[in-house]
Design a protein around this ligand. Structure first.
Ligand code: PBG
Length: 334
């Protein structure tokens, strides 16, 4: 930023530039459009949509519902969707091996979207074991510890399975060390050098993931345990930069900061330090807070949603994953 001298009152009156709507729009430094948004969607293996109680307005959708939502994203100018599977509890195992099954729900969903929409909408898939493990952790749990290198070996296979299914972007969300490099190497070896890696590089151990864990059913599984031995301590910022630096060195194409609203400082530091495509995830708890307050008449919901996402862009995010994506895109245009 260049230093500018603000002048003095009364020659300088900053309110002059706020006088009219056209003028405010003309001088706005940040603008938000549908192209800045990514729409996260939940898919389940049932015929009807089922509401997620802690995320009013969000439903777990059948595969056809996700395909329809993806088509809606195309119409609205939303460039990409992120697909999260809800696994039947009876299909979960200790080692989450369903993650490696090319016929699992998320792979079938990716196939269905590709069949209908080809490459007109980006498909982002999480790489992590939590949808598939009985204990709800993102990695392999042995004697109360999450194993790093053993987990990475499984994650690289999961990433290849997702790439074979046709997803455009794999997004490791597990926070194991060294997984980005290993995934890149295995994707390339399998002929998927065109598949991008969006690394959840700075992902904090956060209370704001609660409603998401309700939605995918990993909360009950996780019980009283937490993810603090692999997700980051919200007290830290330098560590976030180290995480991002490592992931970029290992070949991440894009990085993510999460949650977004409680880490705008991190979004800003990451973008200004590295100058790479930086995404911010407005997570389930952030969405739930706004929706709950709006439902009580305590907040203007649409205005709060728009403001909360706009400031993520202002902080430096090139793209924002948000459950408000379709509503925002409708009100913003592309
Ligand atoms: C799983 C994953 C989580 C989210 C995205 N991928 C939850 C977690 O780490 O427990 C959270 C998204 C949200 O809260 O909206 N690895």
């Amino acid at each position: 930023m260049t230093a500018s001298f603000p002048g003095r009152f009364p020659d300088t009156r900053l309110r002059r530039l706020r006088r009219h709507d056209w003028l405010r729009r003309a001088v706005a430094e940040t603008t938000l459009s549908a192209a800045d948004l990514v729409w996260p969607l939940f898919v389940h293996d049932h015929r009807a949509p089922v509401a997620v109680p802690s995320m009013p307005g969000v439903e777990r959708l059948p595969i056809e519902g996700v395909v329809r939502a993806a088509a809606e994203a195309v119409r609205l100018g939303i460039p990409a969707i992120a697909v999260f599977p809800v696994t039947e509890p009876t299909l979960k195992t200790d080692d989450g091996r369903l993650a490696l099954d090319p016929d699992n729900l998320v792979c079938r969903t990716v196939h269905a979207i590709k069949r209908e929409l080809g490459d007109t909408v980006g498909i982002i898939c999480d790489v992590a074991l939590d949808p598939y493990t009985t204990h709800g952790h993102d990695g392999l749990l042995v004697d109360g510890r999450i194993l790093n290198d053993e987990t990475v070996e499984v994650l690289v296979r999961q990433a290849v399975v997702l790439a074979e299914a046709g997803c455009h972007v794999v997004a490791p969300s597990d926070m194991m060390d060294g997984r980005v490099g290993a995934i890149r190497e295995h994707l390339d070896a399998a002929g998927h050098e065109g598949v991008c890696i969006l690394s959840y590089a700075a992902k904090y151990a956060s209370a704001f993931y609660g409603p998401f864990r309700d939605a995918v059913g990993s909360k009950a599984a996780l019980g009283v345990t937490d993810k603090k031995t692999y997700q980051m301590d919200p007290a830290n910022t330098d560590e976030a930069l180290r995480e991002v630096a490592l992931d970029l060195a290992e070949g991440a194409d894009m990085v993510m900061v999460k949650p977004a609203g409680t880490a705008l400082d991190i979004v800003h530091r990451v973008k200004t330090t590295f100058g790479v495509p930086t995404f911010a995830y407005q997570v389930s708890g952030e969405y739930a807070m706004i929706q709950a307050a709006a439902a009580n008449g305590w907040l203007d919901g649409p205005a709060a949603a728009l403001e909360s996402v706009l400031v993520m862009k202002r902080a430096g995010a090139d793209g924002i994953l948000t459950y408000f994506a379709p509503e925002l895109a409708r009100s913003l245009g592309s």
